[in-house]
Design a binder for this molecule. Sequence first.
Ligand SMILES: *[C@@H]1O[C@H](CO)[C@@H](O)[C@H](O)[C@H]1NC(C)=O
Ligand SMILES: *[C@@H]1O[C@H](CO)[C@@H](O)[C@H](O)[C@H]1NC(C)=O
Ligand SMILES: *[C@@H]1O[C@H](CO)[C@@H](O)[C@H](O)[C@H]1NC(C)=O
Ligand SMILES: *[C@@H]1O[C@H](CO)[C@@H](O)[C@H](O)[C@H]1NC(C)=O
Ligand SMILES: *[C@@H]1O[C@H](CO)[C@@H](O)[C@H](O)[C@H]1NC(C)=O
Ligand SMILES: *[C@@H]1O[C@H](CO)[C@@H](O)[C@H](O)[C@H]1NC(C)=O
Length: 495
Amino acid sequence: MQSLAPLLLLSLLFSLLLFCNANQANYLHGQLKSRISQNSISSSDSWSQLHAQREYSPVFLTSQDGQMQADKISTLPGQPDNVDFDQYSGYITVDPLAGRALFYYFVESPTNSSTNPLVLWLNGGPGCSSFGYGAVEELGPFRVNSDGKTLFRNNYAWNNVANVIFLESPAGVGFSYSNTSADYNTTGDIRTAGDAYTFLVNWLDRFPQYKDRDLYITGESYAGHYVPQLAYTILINNKRSNQTVINLKGIAIGNAVVDDSMLGQGYFDHLWTHALNSDETHAGILKYCDFVNDTASDKCFSFVQKSSDEAGDFDINNIYAPVCLNPVLKNGSTGSVNFFDPCSDTYVEYYLNTAEVQGAFHVRPTTWSGCRRFHWTDWQSNVWPTIQSLMASGMRVWLYSGDIDANVPVTSTRYAINSLKLPVETAWRPWYLDDEVGGYVVGYEGLTFVTVRGAGHLVPSYQPQRALTMISSFLQGVLLPFLIIWIITLTTPEK
Ligand SMILES: *[C@@H]1O[C@H](CO)[C@@H](O)[C@H](O)[C@H]1NC(C)=O
Ligand SMILES: *[C@@H]1O[C@H](CO)[C@@H](O)[C@H](O)[C@H]1NC(C)=O
Ligand SMILES: *[C@@H]1O[C@H](CO)[C@@H](O)[C@H](O)[C@H]1NC(C)=O
Ligand SMILES: *[C@@H]1O[C@H](CO)[C@@H](O)[C@H](O)[C@H]1NC(C)=O
Ligand SMILES: *[C@@H]1O[C@H](CO)[C@@H](O)[C@H](O)[C@H]1NC(C)=O
Ligand SMILES: *[C@@H]1O[C@H](CO)[C@@H](O)[C@H](O)[C@H]1NC(C)=O
């Protein structure tokens, strides 16, 4: 068991961030904060052990015959013309006794859907919706216009290169539910991974043409827990003779929470290097705070408070983004994928709470919201042991970071990776899109790390085209593109 002490410091840090508007970021920080009142925090080792003991039913819970056709979406209210791919949505029961069912939205590729890989996408929180964020604000084919009634096309959607499942997980998030409300108080990392595994086994039975397809699991933020934990669950169950073999090939996680002890330092270093904090305050934090061992003192606390006062009320998900000043619906404006509207949550919430829309998605009448606060029972404070067992199995493992996110900043991710002391196989270099630097890439033994330049926490929201290039490279198993033609300026004027 890890000591509770480091959590005190982290919780103080993140309680200061809670004044920001309610969004995905704050659920993560809220959960970090509320952890100190909880006893059952499993350490990394006990997580794997506990988990390995779990048995999943090898038989399908319910017959999936005919369900695929029933889940097919004929048309979505307000969708644009010329939709050239198939979409499905519905529930998969993951626990018939408790009455737990997970909601998914599945979009096929317009071309090559019968050969393109399968990608599962998971948002974090814990407790935030992969549908309301991932599908309709990030990488899905549509985004919601500011009227809250119509949709526009995302030309850089990931279904251009894969068939994508968005899973609202765990039960209690978005349209996913449990008929046993006590489930919402007994959910943690272990239940979430188990239910997602059961979901996948049954989903593949509902969509049997995908049973042998290459599968990649992707996600962001707190999905730094969900993605490796689900992958690990698949890995151990694939070895059991009576289980469905899932053809899992790799994982990619964005601005991922993988190691609690690296979050704090990375956060303050990011603020200082991006000119949001003074030299004095940063020096005070370096001197008095120890986020790894926790030597939290009153001095440390007062510098953390100063850091927050100095930085002011910015968008923690993207330090340079405009904030939503007027969260209301606006008539007659058509959105553009090239500009992420900071009030998007408002439009999405309205759209998904429209009866006609819920009918088109085959959901029970529900008050949908983007995030739900759980009493989270177990939490793997360091996910590396799980990720390293995936690396050891030969699975493709990518971590990527939007580099202007302060929520789970690129610095925290680099410190976390550096703590592993992995040998570098491909040295740090820029990658290019349309003759411009799209970000940077470095290849370690067993792990690739990619940055996406100018992207915040929700990478595809802020840099949709770069995000598509990044995920295409991941799926193809190639490092990101070099600049093919080097432009050399021969005549540099003297100054
Ligand atoms: C939950 O309860 C409702 C109402 O009894 C029922 O229709 C539904 O099938 C149940 N869900 C699950 C997953 O068992
Ligand atoms: C579809 O697959 C073919 C054959 O692999 C390929 O040449 C083509 O570029 C693919 N189309 C798209 C849109 O990816
Ligand atoms: C869940 O926990 C909350 C807070 O501890 C409590 O108020 C609520 O009654 C619990 N719900 C159930 C169904 O156990
Ligand atoms: C599934 O196989 C494992 C061994 O791989 C065995 O221990 C377990 O009892 C089997 N479960 C069922 C339900 O058949
Ligand atoms: C944390 O404690 C360990 C020994 O327990 C020590 O080696 C390490 O230097 C400490 N880290 C910091 C940042 O003080
Ligand atoms: C938007 O238009 C509708 C009628 O089409 C009108 O009822 C509503 O008041 C308008 N809303 C705003 C914010 O202008």
